[in-house]
Design a protein. Structure first.
Length: 135
């Protein structure tokens, strides 16, 4: 496998719900592994997600996990997931789904640099930026 760079998202207790939501946005194959399936069948974290991976047909990959009990979880604003390209219909569709139920921080519209761009925080607290490059 070639090297690749992809986001790895951390959640407190809703990684499963978030990754199922992202599968609804991007499609593809979602693999979910719990802590219980991975050698910790007892305890409060047994049904939580130790590792999730979404592989979309277009090559997008998202990974995620729940933060185990006793470990700190700090949702923050120091990272955003960025989608960009010139496939306007796909990108607008992703925007519509990601922003639904979330908070739009920059409306999706033509910007001063000429591209269509929007920023939102989805309903799981993950910041997204979507940019449609104008040709």
């Amino acid at each position: 496998m070639a090297s690749r760079l992809n986001p790895y998202l951390s959640f407190r207790d809703d990684a499963r719900q978030a990754m199922e939501f992202y599968k609804g946005v991007f499609g593809g194959t979602l693999t979910l592994n719990t802590f219980g399936e991975s050698g910790a069948p007892e305890g409060a974290d047994a049904d939580k997600i130790m590792h999730a991976q979404l592989e979309a047909e277009n090559g997008f990959t998202l990974m995620a996990s729940d933060t185990p009990a006793g470990m700190e979880h700090h949702p923050g604003t120091n990272i955003s997931v960025s989608l960009s390209g010139d496939d306007a219909d796909d990108l607008r569709g992703y925007w519509d789904k990601l922003s639904e139920g979330g908070t739009v921080t920059v409306p999706f519209e033509k910007q001063v640099w000429g591209d269509e761009f929007g920023a939102c925080v989805d309903k799981f607290g993950i910041p997204w930026m979507v940019n449609v490059v104008q040709g």
